[in-house]
Design a protein around this ligand. Structure first.
Ligand SMILES: [Zn+2]
Length: 268
């Protein structure tokens, strides 16, 4: 049992014994039983409470809301939300197939908003910038997306993501970057639009679906008011999950997250 005799709700060590097996905290005056089951290792939170935390998080996206609505401490709410985000990073579609689009973009605010010493280093856009690169693939048929933070956008970095995720024989649409042109050698049908020549859509060949996703992602991150680069992967993972499972009802989403939570953080 996780209680160690201390309060399940606030951690206070002193309690009264009330009724059989039940305890009442001398500080917060809430009751619990030593048989109360806390399904996730390291959290003194019951299953019903977890469902409430997940519900609040899915609706409101912030740790602050979880803290307020679920009456948790700042630290606990933050820990819960972090665990949920990390779970979301893991829960991804394994393979993409059919018609797919691959593209990369850069995250991190506009140059005009950067600090002066960063701006002095040069205002480069597109390939070669010092911003965080992100590579993504979207399947039009499955309507699902995978995104990775990458250190650069060279083909040697991004190709393993393609070959591991996209099924052979699928169709890939990309921009005109030369590295992509060797893709047919790996068993993909490939076509591209040449942005440099001002070509963005040629019939079915375009990367607009993925460009739309980048727009959503950037809005989502901007609403956070800036995310530290070392925590960026969690927020990208969270947004990816929300996008991939957007067609599930709230109840199904909650159930799915809880299943993942107990599989990875559950008690043995
Ligand atoms: Zn207490």
């Amino acid at each position: 049992m996780p209680t160690n005799g201390s309060c399940l709700h606030c951690g206070h060590r002193f309690f009264w014994l009330v009724r059989r097996h039940h305890r009442k905290c001398m500080r917060c005056r809430r009751e619990w039983s030593p048989h109360t089951f806390c399904p996730i290792q390291g959290f003194r939170i019951t299953r019903a409470h977890w469902y409430r935390v997940i519900d609040t998080f899915l609706r409101d996206e912030t740790g602050k809301a979880v803290e307020k609505e679920c009456r948790l401490s700042v630290m606990t709410a933050h820990a819960c939300v972090t665990v949920l985000r990390r779970i979301m990073c893991v829960d991804v579609p394994e393979t993409l197939s059919g018609i797919c689009e691959a593209d990369e973009t850069y995250l991190g605010g506009q140059w005009k908003n950067k600090r002066i010493h960063i701006r002095r280093q040069g205002t480069r856009r597109g390939r070669g910038t010092s911003k965080q690169a992100i590579f993504g693939i979207v399947s039009r048929g499955q309507k699902q997306v995978r995104a990775w933070l990458v250190s650069n956008t060279k083909i040697a970095t991004t190709r393993p993501h393609i070959t591991e995720t996209v099924e052979r024989g699928s169709t890939l649409y990309t921009d005109g970057f030369k590295g992509y042109r060797a893709l047919p050698r790996y068993g993909y049908r490939h076509d591209f639009v040449d942005h440099d020549a001002g070509e963005y859509v040629r019939g079915e060949v375009h990367t607009q679906t993925l460009d739309g996703y980048w727009g959503l992602l950037k809005n989502f991150l901007a609403a956070k008011g800036g995310v530290q680069r070392r925590y960026l992967y969690r927020f990208v993972g969270e947004h990816q999950w929300r996008y991939n499972f957007r067609n599930l009802s709230r109840k199904e989403q909650m159930f799915r997250l809880y299943q993942f939570l107990t599989r990875f953080g559950g008690r043995k």
